[in-house]
Ligand binder design. Structure first.
Ligand SMILES: Cc1cc2nc3c(=O)[nH]c(=O)nc-3n(C[C@H](O)[C@H](O)[C@H](O)COP(=O)(O)OP(=O)(O)OC[C@H]3O[C@@H](n4cnc5c(N)ncnc54)[C@H](O)[C@@H]3O)c2cc1C
Length: 441
């Protein structure tokens, strides 16, 4: 990677938070010759999920998910490698065997990122808690557990609308649904907006039994039961009585399967989740079940036997901005030129996506300070599609999202098979990235 000399005399750019996003953003700025002051409050203060004193700490799993190009996270990682990502470089150096996934030795990974950041001639690390938003150019990457005066400052900037908990139902791809079992209809024959998965009495009770017995993810001590206020996990609701769901979110009222003329005993409804109509969420299914259990138990729902989950249901502490309309696709605050956000706090979901947003924010701010035109990675790339999702999501309930092919532009005349189509979309994305590198970066 090229090292350019520090631009002497210029006020340093502030990056707040040396997590995955902050380290990537600081590195991208520094590699473009900008002086960076990276603020990290560790070791003086740790957020509740953080244990180590080093940077880019992986707070839970040590996996950066699939390394296959036919997977959204795999494609995003390859885009990041080509763009000179620090996080991907460190992950590749510290890789441990994990089948088709990129998993890392977490301590080695975090140590390598820390060393590379500390040794960079253009980066000065300051170990202190930042309590307000800087006036000058800055990238804020304080993570999903942002708290205290910084949280107050961010709230002051965005006003009401900041989210504190992520309580989301799973999202599946339309093409993975079995439409021989499911059918389209809205209640009382008012259109066909919903996809309905009808259940017989036997299927319903078998499902409820498994749902109640399924394994849930442990709550962290900082995630009090307040998480569930006004938004009860589907498994908790099921535990209140065997008919609770049938009279609640699974009620069959006003729904008839026109193909058979029958009225189901219970119905799971799926609502469109993206503008393109490729993704659907399970209505009322916010859940704390472990991801594998979601695949197993929700796979019992007729029509979802082979469902592809592009995001699992979650209920956890997660502070994120009301980004759509307020950030642009560089992760820049529209009303505050020079101020960017990056990482999970923007509404991206996951390690790779957090680092990816840091990469785009770093490039975006470096170009802005150099007086260059904004660079749109477009919805043809995984990095760009994630940024456009965050900036432009048009639905009523903005929720963090993992990268997936459903939020990327489809290919006209795409091959019919899913694997072939995803391969073609990935090849196009990498060609766009290579073009950006060759022409503009
Ligand atoms: C409990 C939990 C488990 C998760 N598990 C996974 C998982 O298994 N897989 C996955 O893909 N994603 C997971 N995520 C989601 C997400 O990928 C991670 O939270 C990821 O670390 C986000 O990266 P980030 O850079 O945005 O924030 P972080 O990695 O949290 O980094 C933020 C940094 O900013 C520092 N900081 C905060 N405030 C200040 C301040 N005011 N001044 C100075 N420094 C400050 C913090 O000390 C920290 O180092 C999890 C999230 C949580 C909360």
């Amino acid at each position: 990677m090229n090292k350019r000399p520090l631009r002497i005399g210029l006020e340093p750019v502030s990056v707040i938070g040396a997590g995955l996003a902050g380290c990537e953003a600081a590195f991208q700025l520094a590699e473009r010759g900008l002086a960076v002051r990276l603020y990290e409050m560790k070791p003086h203060k740790h957020q509740p999920a953080h244990k180590a004193d080093t940077f880019a700490e992986l707070v839970c799993s040590n996996s950066l998910r699939s390394d296959r190009l036919q997977n959204g996270a795999g494609l995003m990682k390859e885009e990041m490698r080509r763009l000179g990502s620090l996080i991907l470089w460190a992950a590749d150096q510290t890789r441990v065997p994990a089948g088709g996934a990129l998993a890392v030795d977490r301590e080695g990974f975090s140590r390598l990122v820390t060393e590379r950041i500390e040794a960079h001639p253009n980066i000065e690390v300051v170990h202190e808690e930042v309590q307000s938003l800087p006036d000058g150019p800055a990238i804020v990457a304080t993570g999903p557990l942002t708290d205290g005066p910084m949280l107050d400052a961010i709230q002051g900037l965005f006003g009401p609308g900041l989210h504190f908990y992520d309580a989301a139902a799973p999202v599946v791809t339309l093409e993975s649904l079995n439409m021989e079992k499911a059918f389209r209809a809205s209640r009382y024959a008012r259109g066909s907006d919903y996809i309905n998965c009808p259940m017989t009495r036997e299927e319903y009770f078998a499902f409820v039994r498994e749902l109640i017995a399924a394994e849930t993810a442990p709550l962290h001590e900082f995630e009090t039961p307040r998480v569930f206020e006004g938004c009860m996990p589907v498994e908790v609701m099921a535990g209140r009585g065997e008919m609770t769901l049938a009279f609640g979110p699974l009620k069959p009222v006003g729904l008839r399967d026109e193909r058979t003329g029958s009225k189901p005993f219970a119905v799971v409804q799926l609502r469109q989740d993206d503008a393109a109509g490729t993704l659907y969420n399970l209505v009322g299914f916010q859940t704390n079940l472990k991801f594998g259990e979601q695949r197993r138990v929700f796979g019992m729902i007729p029509g979802l036997e082979n469902a592809e989950f592009v995001r699992y249901g979650v209920m956890h502490r997660n502070t994120f901005l009301p980004s759509p309309g307020k950030l642009d696709w560089r992760y820049s605050v529209k009303e505050r030129p020079g101020l960017y956000f990056a990482g999970q706090i923007t509404g991206v979901e996951g390690y790779v996506e957090s680092a990816g947003s840091g990469l785009l924010a770093g490039i975006g701010l470096a170009r802005e300070l150099a007086g260059k035109e904004p660079l749109d990675f477009t919805v043809q790339t995984a990095l760009g599609a994630m940024a456009h999702y965050v900036a432009e999501y048009a639905g009523a309930d903005f929720q963090p999202m993992n990268i997936n092919f459903g939020i990327m532009a489809d290919l006209p005349n795409a091959p019919r098979g899913k694997a072939e189509r995803y391969t073609a979309i990935a090849e196009r994305a990498l060609a766009v990235i290579d073009g950006i590198i060759a022409n503009k970066l």
